[in-house]
Design a protein around this ligand. Structure first.
Ligand code: ADP
Length: 494
């Protein structure tokens, strides 16, 4: 899979343009700019939470789930902070102290959540418990601010308090702690996600340091601090998208590919097992068969009629068993005999199958009528075998009257052959037909009808057809009326 850079030049340019516009706006109407910037942060924080929450079942890294949940509450703090901002007049009787306290509370929660999230990068996390934990913490902090238990952060006239400035440094140190942990635990993270998260933390630190510098809540440093925070949230959002959506898919496909390889391995083992067992069975079977034949030919005069009959049964039985072993082998080795996948003309495949069946058809005087057939992608060897098995069965299960086989094709799709995505190929005969209760079963290995009690029937032919058709991405079904005939319908992708 091609690696994409999650932050492109277009992102950088877009942010630059937006920030210039917002800075210009801040000169005209600071409050509007502040509200817009905070709203953006709140929307991003809530989006992160929604993605993390909904993807919680398949998020492989508890770090992001924890951080995602924390951001819901950080969003709530930021919302109250935006509403309490000086000039909004949502909470009467308050000054710039309240929004600053809310800001500091929110940043403490953010920076400490960043640190606590590492704890969960290797551990199972209980999302509802984390959600409840944060709700309690948020309620506690809001209550502390409301009851004036939270230290003052801004005093009108003198500006930022020592607690506020010291807190910004403390918060920066917590964020720096995250950077150290990212370095230590870098193997736990995908490089792209790691780069995004380091970027987010660096922006948060810059934001905190810039916030130690402002004097008035409307000045340039305040604007810059908010911008850095927005970029930081955006980078967390990108990292989360990578972690919650893109990577699990990659992981999913990797696991799928591994499972396919495992399946192929076990198929190969099964094939080998079938080959060995068939080979080993053949040797004693040959001994029995040859001995019975010698007995029948050289010692016939010493045997009475009953003994000759038993001997006949033994010879018949061994021949049938040998036929069965051959069928099992051909079924098991089917995928190995596929040959290259290429564009195959079904007309040519049918022609080859008819050539192989010529003596059989001549012997019964059967006629074959074929329409023009399409080209499909697949294995020529297998498609010849498909026709051969279906036409061979029509010959085997014919009735007394003259056999007639009809082969046709039609596109499946609204606009005909040109836009067909699937071809339906039909092989119809006027033979014995198949009783309804057998029509689905005959595609299973070793399933035979009552009329198939012959030495040349193993019940494998249609199972082979099914396997071939499915390997080509198609399907096979039968439509039959006993005593009138059968129609085998094969679909193949165009
Ligand atoms: P086999 O022919 O070796 O028995 P197949 O898997 O080819 O095995 O077919 C399974 C059964 O389906 C057959 O035993 C027969 O009863 C029935 N069958 C298949 N093709 C036809 C057909 N064209 N007409 C009637 N019966 C059929």
């Amino acid at each position: 899979m091609q690696k994409r850079n999650p932050v492109t030049l277009l992102h950088v340019l877009s942010f630059a343009v937006i920030f210039l516009a917002l800075y210009a706006l801040s000169r005209v109407n600071y409050l509007l700019m502040h509200t817009l910037v905070e709203m953006f942060g709140i929307v991003v924080a809530c989006s992160i939470f929604m993605i993390a929450w909904n993807a919680r079942r398949f998020m492989t890294n508890g770090y992001f789930l924890f951080l995602g949940i924390s951001l819901l509450y950080i969003g709530v703090f930021d919302l109250v902070h935006a509403l309490a901002y000086k000039g909004m007049n949502v909470f009467p009787g308050t000054d710039a102290n309240l929004p600053t306290q809310l800001w500091i509370a929110s940043r403490y929660v953010t920076s400490l959540s960043f640190l606590a999230a590492f704890w969960f990068s290797r551990r199972a996390l209980n999302p509802p418990a984390v959600l409840a934990g944060f709700a309690t913490l948020a309620a506690f902090l809001l209550l502390a601010i409301r009851l004036r238990l939270f230290p003052d952060c801004y005093i009108e006239g003198s500006g930022l308090t020592t607690f506020k400035i010291a807190s910004e440094y403390a918060i920066s140190v917590f964020f720096a702690g995250s950077l150290i942990l990212f370095r230590r635990m870098r193997r736990e993270f995908d490089p792209t996600i790691l780069a995004l998260m380091v970027g987010a933390v660096v922006c948060s630190i810059v934001s905190e340091l810039v916030f130690t510098l402002y004097i008035g809540v409307y000045d340039l440093f305040n604007v810059l601090g908010h911008f850095c925070k927005v970029i930081s949230f955006y980078l967390i959002y990108k990292a989360l998208i990578e972690s919650a959506l893109n990577k699990p898919y990659t992981l999913f496909f990797r696991q799928l590919a591994e499972k396919t390889r495992e399946l192929e391995r076990s198929n190969e083992e099964l094939e080998q097992f079938a080959s060995i067992v068939s080979h080993d069975l053949n040797a004693p079977l040959n001994t029995i068969s040859v001995s019975a034949q010698i007995l029948r030919e050289r010692h016939a005069e010493k045997l009475d009629d009953r003994a000759k009959n038993y001997l006949e049964n033994i010879v018949d039985g061994t021949m049938r068993m040998s036929q069965l072993i051959k069928s099992i082998l051909s079924y098991a080795r089917l995928s190995r005999q596929a040959g290259p996948v290429q564009q195959v003309s079904l007309d040519a495949a049918l022609g080859a199958a008819l050539m192989n069946l010529r003596s059989m058809l001549d012997a019964c005087g059967g006629t074959v009528e074929a329409c023009s057939l399409p080209r499909v992608r697949g294995s020529e060897v297998h498609l010849i075998q498909l026709f051969q098995n279906l036409i061979g069965n029509a010959v085997k299960y014919r009735r007394a009257e003259q056999l007639h086989i009809r082969i046709s094709a039609e596109p499946v799709g609204p606009n005909g052959a040109g836009s067909a995505s699937i071809w339906r190929i039909m092989v119809a005969d006027n033979g014995m037909g198949i009783p309804p209760h057998l029509q689905e079963r005959i595609f299973l290995p070793f399933e035979r009808g009552e009329q198939a009690d012959r030495s040349d029937s193993s019940g494998i032919g249609l199972a082979v057809c099914k396997k071939i058709v499915e390997q080509h991405g198609g399907s096979i079904a039968v439509d039959s009326e006993p005593g009138k005939g059968s129609r085998f319908i094969v679909t193949l992708p165009a």
